[in-house]
Design a protein around this ligand. Structure first.
Ligand SMILES: [Zn+2]
Length: 232
């Protein structure tokens, strides 16, 4: 069994406060909690930074220092690819394996837009990775929500073409779940037999929830997956 932790939407800025909260302190509290747990990999699903400035990634790297497991990151709409790559080049990924599981990233960010879109290139790359995967089970991760959130979240800011994603995933029954951030809320859905999981923000939720949190996945070798949100 492997333990995968997902954190999302850290929104670290040069100054400690963004969106009315201390994002540095909040992330430090989350990291402190994670260091007490057994962790095989830490996944950060976008919006690492609030404004994408170079210094924010340096600050984030420092806050992540207590994490001993491998860290995998993907960009969100608030991130600056150049500055992110400069500090986190070793952590950017297309896919990685954990036991019988493979975690595949698909890039949904559109430059200068809040909503997401999967390009033909991104979709065919996903198809390629799924076709050549030797893993028994696959998780797909992206920044943007792929289903209506049934909440106060404005679904117009989510992925614009989720059906294109479901069309690819439908060809590969080994895909068990899709995870994302962006909406700053914890939620779980099911569609076409897939688990669809929203990860809360480490900084601030956009709904009624006043706590900060992260998601913990236990990936069993028989394909069973236990997902739960840990609140602080
Ligand atoms: Zn965000």
């Amino acid at each position: 069994m492997n333990n995968l932790i997902q954190i999302s939407d850290c929104h670290i800025d040069e100054c400690e406060r963004s969106m009315g909260v201390n994002t540095h302190q909040n992330l430090e509290a989350i990291i402190e909690k994670i260091t007490t747990m057994e962790v095989d990999a830490l996944l950060i699903s976008g919006d690492l930074s609030h404004h994408g400035c170079a210094q924010s990634y340096q600050i984030l790297k420092k806050i992540l220092r207590p994490i001993e497991s491998k860290i995998f990151v993907l960009a969100g709409n608030h991130d600056d690819n150049h500055n992110l790559e400069h500090v986190f080049s070793e952590n950017l990924f297309k896919s990685f394996c954990l036991g019988s599981w493979e975690i595949i990233n698909i890039d949904s960010v559109q430059v200068g837009k809040t909503s997401g879109y999967l390009s033909e290139i991104a979709l065919s790359e996903l198809g390629y990775l799924l076709a050549k995967s030797n893993a028994k089970y696959v998780l797909v991760v992206l920044h943007h929500p792929i289903v209506p959130m049934n909440s106060t979240w404005d679904d117009d800011l989510s992925l614009e073409n989720p059906e294109a994603l479901f069309e690819v995933l439908g060809k590969y029954p080994k895909v068990q779940a899709v995870m994302f951030g962006h909406a700053h809320e914890a939620n779980e859905f099911e569609k076409y037999g897939l688990k669809i999981i929203a990860c809360p923000s480490t900084a601030k939720q956009f709904n009624f929830e006043t706590r900060i949190g992260f998601n913990h996945y236990q990936l069993h070798d028989n394909g069973k997956m236990d997902a739960r949100t840990q609140w602080i």
